[in-house]
Design a protein around this ligand. Sequence first.
Ligand SMILES: O=C(O)CCC(=O)C(=O)O
Ligand SMILES: [Fe+2]
Length: 332
Amino acid sequence: MPDIVIPVVDFAHFEDGSSPDAIEIGKQLVQACQEVGFAYFRNTGIPQAQVESMFEWSRKLFSLPIETKMLAPHPKEGWKHRGYSGVGREQVSQMVFDPSELAAIRKQTPDFKESFDVGRDNCPRVSNVWLPEEVLPGFRDAASAFYNTCRQFELEKLLPALSLGLGLPGGGEFLGNYHQDAENQLRLLHYPAMPTEVFASGERGRIAAHTDFGTGTILFQDDVGGLEVESPRGSGNFVSAPPIPGTVVFNIGDFLMRWSNDTLKSTLHRVRAPPNDGTGMIKERFSIPYFMSGDRSLLVDCLPGCWDEDRPKKYEPVTPGAYIDMRLDANY
Ligand SMILES: O=C(O)CCC(=O)C(=O)O
Ligand SMILES: [Fe+2]
């Protein structure tokens, strides 16, 4: 079977979702989600300057001393995805060249990354965990504003396009009605620079192969590269999803795959080290995923149009809350 090509979906003429172009864009998106589970988006309306500025904030945040970053610690409970998580390894490993130490790192460290998670303001279930404002003045406002920009894209373009493309009842509004609570998570990710040695065996990557849990994810990546997507699905072979300037990557999550009776694919992906450039070091990488999920307590049954006599429903109705908790419990 040939490798997949990750399609590019252009939202330029989507407008408010009522144009004839909007249905066409929705159909292209759904086709990409059925065949690949991944797409590049162009002309999302998310200002490029705001994306670049968020990467700048991320760079500033992660270059703070570890003691400072730990002023906003990720809560003990694994499911409370807020605040700073470090691997605690990055200081040592930046400058480790001794083979036995490297061997030890290879064995111990799960993924070489640190992250900072932000949810919606005033969430009754999980509060945001911020650094004291004086430590990084302006960060909190910038991260909240970026969260809201992504949220706006989700509500005004992404969910309407998926709803239209799937031909769901109620036109573009169907999926939005199940995403009223903004159960979303903005994650700043930093994969520190590493000696080439650390990745030499090819067994270790920056983030191991996984699928995302929720409805879907939009992912901003810097120009370093390394993201890979399984192709064809289920084969264990991966193709590169290189950075394309001016685009954002999108992928379907497991919940929407289930909801669609496995019509839309939640595809395995990972981040590997980019090719060795001869410096002996693998460059650091910054990325910013925005994970989207449905309202926790709304019971969802198989999407209309995704089942019929010949394609019976494969799954029981479930709420996003119960499903995601079940997945998280399996992980922690
Ligand atoms: O860093 C990346 O580009 C990918 C991150 C990712 O897949 C995730 O956090 O779920
Ligand atoms: Fe992911």
